[in-house]
Write a protein that binds this ligand. Structure first.
Ligand code: GDP
Ligand code: MG
Length: 598
C-alpha cells in the first residue's frame, strides 16, 4: 500500500460517446481481463443494462498499470450510471475519485450529458482530462470540438487526447495522463474511519455488497462499524477489491476503493452517500454531500389478473428492500382493483422497475400514466402532496395547486431551434437563455413544468429535431399553476385510473384528444360504449364505440382448425392486458393513451 501510487478516476461522457468501449480498451491494455474473459463492455453487467446499453449501477475495477517511467500504479476505474435519473448516484461515484476522463465524441461535440456530468465533476473538485474519441470517423472534427469544450465548459482543451476507443488509438496516452495529471488521493490511514458509500447491490452469495471509497482510516474484517446517516451498525464480514471479480483483502486503507460485506440483509439499509465510521472510534463528522433519495415520478401498478395481487405485493416488497430509490404504497382503484402507487427517480427508473417486476417475478402488470407529485395548499391551511390524480381533492377545497418545475438544458443544431422553441412554448416553458456554441449548435435553457416532461416531451423533442437534440434537467422548485383534474367516464362511470391533472388552458384540447384516443383503442363490445371527459360535472368531450358481435373465427368458415386455433390464441394474447372495468374491457394501451398526444 502506497497512497501516492493510487489513482481513482472515472469516465464521464454523453451516452454513446464511447465510455464503455474506452473502459474495455483500458481493461484490455492493463491486462485486467484476459481475452477469454473479455466480454464486450465488461462494466455494464446487468442484463437490462446490457440490453439498453446503459449503466445504472456504478461498477468499479482495480487495475495495475506500469507507466512509461517504470513505476507501477494502482488505478481504480469507477464507471458511473449514464442517465439523468441517476445523477445523485453519479455525483457520489465522482466524489470517490480525484479525476475524470471527459470523453467527447469528436464527430458530435459537447452534449447535454457531457455538460451535466462535467459540472458534477467540477463540484467534486476533480481533475478533468478531455479525450476526443472516435477520431477514426471521417466526420470527426477535433478542432471544432476542442473549441466547444473551451467555450461551453470553460476547460482548456488544447491538449485534449485524440483517441479511438474502437481502434485502440490513444489508450496508453490516456493512461499516462491519468497517472501524471490526476493527483494521488490524500487521507490518513491512522485517522478515525470515514468511508463513502457510493453504491451497493444484492449478491446471492455475499448478501449486500457495499462499494466504498476510504477517505480516512482503515477498514478491516470484524470491525464494528456505524453508518452515520442511518445509524445502522454492523460487524464487517469481508473487505476486498474488484479485479474485476471480487477478491478479498486484509484491509482497505485511506485512498483505496473496494467493497465490504457485513451481513447486511437488504440494500435498503445502505444509503448511497452515507459515511461508514468505526463504532468505537468514530469520525467527528460525516463526509459532505449526503442526500436521502426521493421519488419524483409516480404511477399505479395493478395485476392484470387480480389473482396475482399477493404475488405483486411480495414482488414490490422484495424490490423495495433492494432498491432504495423505489417507493410504494397500497392503492385501491374502483376500476382496477387492488394495486400499488409506486414512486421512481424518473421515467427510465420506472421502466426498469416495471420490466424487472414482470421479468423476475413473472407478473403481468397494468400501469397507469405516470404523474408527478403536486403540492396542494388547501383552504383549511394545510398542505398535501398528491401523486395520484384520482386523489386530487375537489376544486372547492383547494386554495392553490403548485407544480414541480425543472431547469432544462437543450443542445440542438441551429436548424432546429425554431421547432424546439415552439415545443417548449407549447409545454408552458419559459426561456431562460439561448447561447450559440458554434456556428451550428445552440444551447437553450428553459424552465418547464415537470409534468409536461413526464408526459411526452422526449418523444416530441426527438421528432421535431430528428433525434439531434440532447437534454438534461434538474428539479428546481414548485410554482403555482392553474391545474384541474380531468375525469374519464366510460358508460357514465368515472374510471379513476384514467383521471389526469392537466393545465386549465389545455383541458379542452386534451379532453377531446384523449377521448378520441380511447375510442380507437377500446375494442368494440357487445354493447355501445360511451366515453366522456369531464371536469367536475362538466362534460367537455364525448365519443362512442359502436356495438359489435366480435367473432374472430367467423372468417374461418369452420374449415381450417389450426388457423382457427391460432386466431383464438391470438385473441387470448391480446386479452392478456385487458382489464374488465364494469362491463367494458379496457386494454393497457388505454391507460397510457394519455401519454401519446399528437
Ligand atoms: P457509451 O454509451 O458512452 O458507453 O458508448 P459505447 O462505448 O457503448 O459506444 C457507443 C457506440 O460508439 C458503439 O457502437 C461503439 O462501438 C461506438 N464507438 C465507441 N468508440 C468508438 C470509436 O472510437 N470510433 C468509432 N467509430 N466508434 C466508436
Ligand atoms: Mg456504456
Amino acid at each position: 500500500y502506497n497512497i501516492n501510487k493510487i489513482r481513482n478516476f472515472s469516465i464521464i461522457a454523453h451516452i454513446d460517446h464511447g465510455k464503455s468501449t474506452l473502459a474495455d480498451r483500458i481493461l484490455e491494455f492493463t491486462g485486467a481481463v484476459t481475452d477469454r474473459e473479455m466480454k464486450q463492455q465488461f462494466l455494464d453487467q446487468m442484463d437490462i443494462e446490457r440490453e439498453r446499453g446503459i449503466t445504472i449501477k456504478a461498477q468499479t475495477v482495480r487495475l495495475k498499470y506500469k507507466a512509461l517511467n517504470g513505476e507501477e500504479y494502482i488505478l481504480n476505474l469507477i464507471d458511473t450510471p449514464g442517465h439523468v435519473d441517476f445523477s445523485y448516484e453519479v455525483s457520489r461515484s465522482l466524489a470517490a475519485c480525484e479525476g475524470a476522463l471527459l470523453v467527447v465524441d469528436a464527430s458530435q461535440g459537447v452534449e447535454a450529458q457531457t455538460l451535466a456530468n462535467c459540472y458534477l465533476a467540477i463540484e467534486n473538485d476533480l481533475e478533468i482530462i478531455p479525450v476526443l474519441n472516435k477520431i477514426d470517423l471521417p466526420s470527426a472534427d477535433p478542432e471544432r470540438v476542442k473549441q466547444e469544450i473551451e467555450e461551453v465548459i470553460g476547460l482548456d482543451a488544447q491538449d485534449a487526447i485524440l483517441a479511438s476507443a474502437k481502434e485502440g488509438i490513444g489508450t496508453q496516452e490516456i493512461l499516462e495522463a491519468v497517472v501524471h495529471q490526476i493527483p494521488a488521493p490524500t487521507g490518513d490511514p491512522e485517522a478515525p474511519l470515514q468511508a463513502l458509500i457510493f453504491d451497493s447491490w444484492f449478491d446471492p452469495y455475499q448478501g449486500v455488497v457495499v462499494l466504498v471509497r476510504i477517505v480516512n482510516g482503515t477498514l478491516k474484517p470484524d470491525m464494528k462499524i456505524r453508518m452515520m446517516a442511518s445509524g445502522n451498525t454492523y460487524e464487517v464480514g469481508s473487505v476486498g477489491i474488484f479485479t474485476p471479480t471480487l477478491k478479498k483483502t486484509d484491509s482497505l486503507q485511506a485512498g483505496e476503493v473496494g467493497f465490504i460485506t457485513a451481513a447486511i440483509k437488504q440494500v435498503r439499509d445502505v444509503q448511497i452517500g452515507d459515511t461508514i465510521t468505526e463504532e468505537k472510534r468514530p469520525a467527528l463528522k460525516p463526509l459532505p454531500g449526503f442526500k436521502p433519495v426521493k421519488s419524483m415520478v409516480f404511477c399505479g401498478l395493478y395485476p392484470v389478473d387480480s389473482g396475482q395481487y399477493e404475488q405483486l405485493k411480495e414482488a414490490v416488497e422484495k424490490l423495495w428492500l433492494n432498491d432504495p430509490a423505489f417507493s410504494y404504497e397500497p392503492e385501491q382503484s374502483a376500476a382496477l382493483g387492488f394495486g400499488f402507487r409506486c414512486g421512481f427517480l424518473g421515467l427510465l427508473h420506472m421502466e426498469i422497475v416495471k420490466e424487472r417486476l414482470e421479468r423476475e417475478f413473472e407478473l403481468t402488470l397494468l400501469s397507469t400514466a405516470p404523474s408527478v407529485s403536486y403540492k396542494v395548499l388547501l383552504k383549511d391551511g394545510s398542505t398535501i402532496y398528491v401523486q395520484n390524480p384520482a386523489q386530487m381533492p375537489p376544486q372547492e377545497k383547494i386554495e392553490c395547486i403548485m407544480e414541480p418545475r425543472v431547469r432544462m438544458e437543450i443542445y440542438v443544431p441551429r436548424a432546429y431551434v425554431g421547432p424546439v422553441m415552439g415545443l417548449c412554448d407549447e409545454k408552458r416553458g419559459k426561456q431562460l437563455d439561448m447561447k450559440y456554441l458554434s456556428q451550428d449548435r445552440v444551447l437553450l435553457t428553459y424552465e418547464l413544468p415537470f409534468n409536461e416532461i413526464v408526459l411526452d416531451f422526449y418523444d416530441k423533442l426527438k421528432s421535431v429535431t430528428r433525434g439531434y437534440a440532447s437534454i438534461d434537467y434538474e428539479l428546481t422548485d414548485y410554482k403555482p399553476a392553474e391545474m384541474v383534474k380531468m375525469d374519464i367516464l366510460i358508460n357514465k362511470v368515472p374510471v379513476d385510473a384514467l383521471s389526469i391533472i392537466v393545465h386549465k388552458d389545455k383541458a379542452y384540447y386534451r379532453g377531446r384528444e384523449l377521448v378520441s384516443k380511447l375510442r380507437s383503442v377500446i375494442p368494440r363490445q357487445l354493447f355501445e360504449v360511451v366515453i366522456q371527459a369531464a371536469i367536475g360535472s362538466r362534460v367537455i368531450a364525448r365519443e362512442r364505440v359502436a356495438p359489435l358481435r366480435k367473432d374472430v373465427t367467423a372468417k374461418c368458415y369452420g374449415g381450417d382448425i389450426t388457423r382457427k386455433r391460432k386466431l383464438l390464441e391470438k385473441q387470448k394474447e391480446g386479452k392478456k392486458r385487458m382489464k374488465q372495468v364494469g362491463r367494458v374491457e379496457i386494454p393497457q394501451e388505454a391507460f397510457l393513451s394519455v401519454l401519446k398526444t399528437d
